[in-house]
Structure formats: structure tokens, C-alpha cells
Design a protein around this ligand. Structure first.
Ligand code: NZQ
Ligand code: ZN
Length: 385
């Protein structure tokens, strides 16, 4: 029985030339701090467009936020907010910059130890600076959601938080700004989006027909548009659809009234924290192994997924399920993402440390049924070797 509340206050402006809207949408008297990453936004001209659109406003800038944004760097950004007297933040970049901006928006107004923002998973947040985003990499959905993931290097901890205070006020999605992405980041974004959908779809049936069909629409779009985005990097329509797909995959819409898994993501975060593997690449490794280990728990949805996305309708159930998982792996591999830990020189001897991290972070009863114990996570890593 469907039963849910859906709330998403973020406005989206998608299209060519939409960065110019910043001039209208940000208050004319705002003191803006622009946050960006390692320089891609400077090189491809996005920052110049942003500066022009902000016009006469008092604008400061803070660059150098890393992929998998680092807590220590973000605290420096908070200092910069205070120096500049900023009352509005603008994130220009991918998920890492947007997530970093969310943390800075909260930390700038936080009275206690900012570590509590992460250790308390967002529960202690009572306020945040307003902010908007200019998205340059479709992947995380951060431009339209209220979550963020931050890494504290000194603790090798990659932790997420969620709060209604960190929905962006609005996000600008100009598909042309993704043309400069290296193929690796395009492929990462497609796989991240695909797995976001599966974390909310590939669980067990609850009669949520609309939710299922929405999820399947996004998956089919990714299967079709993914390879094209790599083959034709300047195709506007392909990039526009991927951008919208990524936002819809994780803006709360698919989650309405359905069970959610997220175990693949939690195991993946530990791979990033200990081994520095790109977020999406961790998912490409963990997901197929997770599905194989938990095939009984997910049997009905695996059959539905196989039939509707990959046309797996021949043979007995077990064969169809294996085919659905193998097709998923082949999709990731064709995009250039390996599906085995061996590709990253991770062997059985590294698994204890990963399990230790999961336990330390209280990730001991994951998945839609809470069945993913440390022992089951071990099986998943072992079957991904
Ligand atoms: O730093 P710059 O120079 O800007 O380069 C970036 C970075 O090296 C580059 N890039 C971005 N846009 C570009 C571009 N290069 C050329 N042209 C452009 N238009 O791409 C590289 C990766 O950027 P990053 O922001 O790290 O990637 P992504 O968007 O995949 O974000 C990954 C982070 O988001 C978190 C991940 O854990 C990871 O930390 N996630 C956030 C979520 C959320 N907030 O809801 C959910 C996700 O599951 C995920 O966990
Ligand atoms: Zn993700």
C-alpha cells in the first residue's frame, strides 16, 4: 500500500545558456562565495560565465575542493565564508563540490564542533546558509537532494549526512557544460546513476507500479544513452537526458513508498576511503557481487529487472537471474568500469580492513531487510575478488 510524503523544494533550470539566470535568481544584494574544484570550471569557461552572470555583486571565490571532498579543506572554506561575510554560496562543479558546499553551508552557521554534522548524520543541523548550484557532471543527484558525503582524511572516514536544510535553492543544468568531461567521468556518472536507481528498485515488490515504471524508464534511458554519450560527446540531447536522469534518480522521487537498499553504496564508500577508488567504480565492483550473494532476498525483483531491462525471459529462474546480473556487468565493462577488485590490486588480504571500517561506522545491518551483516559483506567482497 503506497503511503509516503514527498518534499523537494529545489528548482531546476535545464538548458543551454541557463547560467545567465544566476543574475536574476540570486538576490542583488547577496555577498556570494563561489566554490569550485581543481580547475575544470576555469578551463572550460564555466566560471567566466558565472562571474559575468553575477555582475556587480560582491563575489568571493574558493577553489581546490577535491573529488570526494575533504573535511579539512571544507573547514578552510568556512573560514573564507567568514572573511568574505558571505550570505549566499554557489557551488560550481560535480557532486563533490555540491556536497562540499552543503557541508560549508551548515558549518558556517554551526555553533558546536563541525565534526558533529557528519558524526550525527545531519541530525544536529538546525540552520544553513542558502546556496545554489551550477552542475557540470551528471552523476550524484546532489544538485536536487538533501544529502552529502564528506571524507575526513585523518580518520580514513567517508561519511554522509542528510538534512532538509541542505536542499539547493535552485540548480542550473546546462548540458553543454558537460561536453568537456573526460570519458572516465562520463562513464562514472552513468554507472552511479544506474546504481542509484537499482538501490531503490531492486529490493522486493510492494505493489508500487508507478515507482517501478519510473525506475525502469531511467534504467532504459541509461542503457540507451550511456554508450552514445561516450561515442558522441557533443550530442546535446544525449547529455541533456543524462543530466535529467541523474537528478531524477536521487531526488527522492523513486524512493517514495518503496524499500531501499543502499548496501552497495556503503561498502563502496569504504573502498574509496581505504583505496581511493572513484565512487562509481566502487559500485561497479560491489553491485554484481551483492546481487549474486543476495539473489534469494531479491529474487522477484531480479526477475522483473532482467525481463524488463535486459529481455531475459528464456530458461529457468536461476538462469534468468544470472543472465540479468551478467548483462549488468557487461554494461559496466563496456563503459570502461571494471567489475572485479583485482583490477585495483585488491586481494583477500585487504578484506579484514574493509570489514573493520564497516563495523567502526556501524554499517552492520545494511540493506532493505537489514541482512547485510559484516559476515555477509565479507562474502560480497570475496565474491568480487
Ligand atoms: O575538480 P575539477 O577540476 O572540477 O574536476 C572534476 C573532478 O576531477 C571533473 N569535472 C567535473 N565537471 C567537469 C569535470 N571535468 C571536465 N569538465 C567538466 N564539466 O570530474 C572529476 C570528478 O568530479 P566529482 O565532483 O568528484 O564527481 P561526482 O559528481 O561523481 O561526485 C562524486 C562524489 O559525490 C558523492 C560521492 O561519494 C563522491 O564523493 N556522492 C554524493 C551523493 C549525494 N550527495 O547525494 C550520492 C552519491 O551516491 C555519491 O555518494
Ligand atoms: Zn552514488
Amino acid at each position: 500500500m503506497l503511503d509516503f510524503a514527498f518534499y523537494n523544494p529545489t528548482r531546476i533550470f535545464l538548458g543551454r545558456g541557463k547560467i545567465a539566470l544566476l543574475g536574476q535568481k540570486i538576490p542583488a544584494d547577496a555577498r556570494v562565495l563561489v566554490l569550485y574544484g581543481g580547475g575544470s570550471a576555469e578551463r572550460n569557461g564555466v566560471l567566466d560565465e558565472v562571474r559575468a552572470a553575477l555582475g556587480e555583486r560582491r563575489v568571493g571565490e574558493f577553489g581546490g575542493i577535491e573529488p570526494n571532498p575533504v573535511y579539512e579543506t571544507l573547514l578552510q572554506a568556512v573560514e573564507r565564508v567568514r572573511e568574505h561575510g558571505a550570505d549566499f554560496l554557489l557551488a560550481v562543479g560535480g557532486g563533490s563540490i555540491i556536497d562540499g558546499c552543503k557541508f560549508v553551508a551548515v558549518a558556517a552557521r554551526y555553533a558546536g564542533d563541525p565534526w558533529e554534522i557528519l558524526s550525527g548524520r545531519g541530525q544536529t543541523i538546525r540552520s544553513a546558509l542558502p546556496f545554489a548550484t551550477v552542475l557540470t557532471l551528471p552523476a550524484t543527484g546532489s544538485e536536487m537532494n538533501s544529502g552529502a558525503v564528506v571524507t575526513r582524511r585523518s580518520m580514513q572516514a567517508k561519511l554522509s549526512f542528510k538534512s532538509e536544510w541542505v536542499f539547493p535553492q535552485f540548480s542550473i543544468l546546462d548540458p553543454e557544460k558537460t561536453f568537456s568531461l573526460p570519458p572516465r567521468q562520463v562513464a562514472n556518472g552513468i554507472v552511479d546513476t544506474f546504481v542509484h536507481v537499482l538501490e531503490q528498485y531492486l529490493t522486493y515488490p510492494v505493489g508500487a507500479t508507478v515507482q517501478d515504471r519510473l525506475a525502469e524508464a531511467l534504467l532504459l534511458t541509461l542503457v540507451e544513452a550511456g554508450p552514445r554519450a561516450l561515442a558522441e560527446p557533443a550530442d546535446y540531447d544525449v547529455r541533456a537526458n543524462l543530466m535529467w536522469c541523474a537528478s531524477l534518480a536521487l531526488n527522492g522521487l523513486l524512493a517514495c513508498g518503496v524499500p531501499r537498499d543502499w548496501a552497495t553504496h556503503m561498502l563502496g564508500h569504504e573502498l574509496t576511503a581505504l583505496h581511493g577508488i572513484d565512487h562509481a567504480r566502487t559500485l561497479a565492483v560491489v553491485l554484481p557481487a551483492m546481487l549474486r550473494v543476495r539473489r534469494e532476498e531479491k529474487r522477484a525483483k531480479l526477475l522483473q529487472y532482467g525481463a524488463r531491462i535486459w529481455g531475459c525471459t528464456e530458461g529457468d529462474e536461476d538462469r534468468r537471474i544470472e543472465e540479468a546480473i551478467a548483462r549488468t556487468e557487461a554494461f559496466f565493462t563496456a563503459l570502461g568500469l571494471p567489475t572485479r577488485l583485482g583490477a585495483y590490486r585488491i586481494g583477500a588480504e585487504h578484506i579484514d580492513a574493509l570489514i573493520g571500517q564497516l563495523t567502526a561506522h556501524e554499517m552492520v545491518a545494511l540493506g532493505e531487510h537489514g541482512t547485510v551483516t559484516p559476515e555477509m559483506s565479507r562474502q560480497v567482497f570475496l565474491s568480487a575478488l
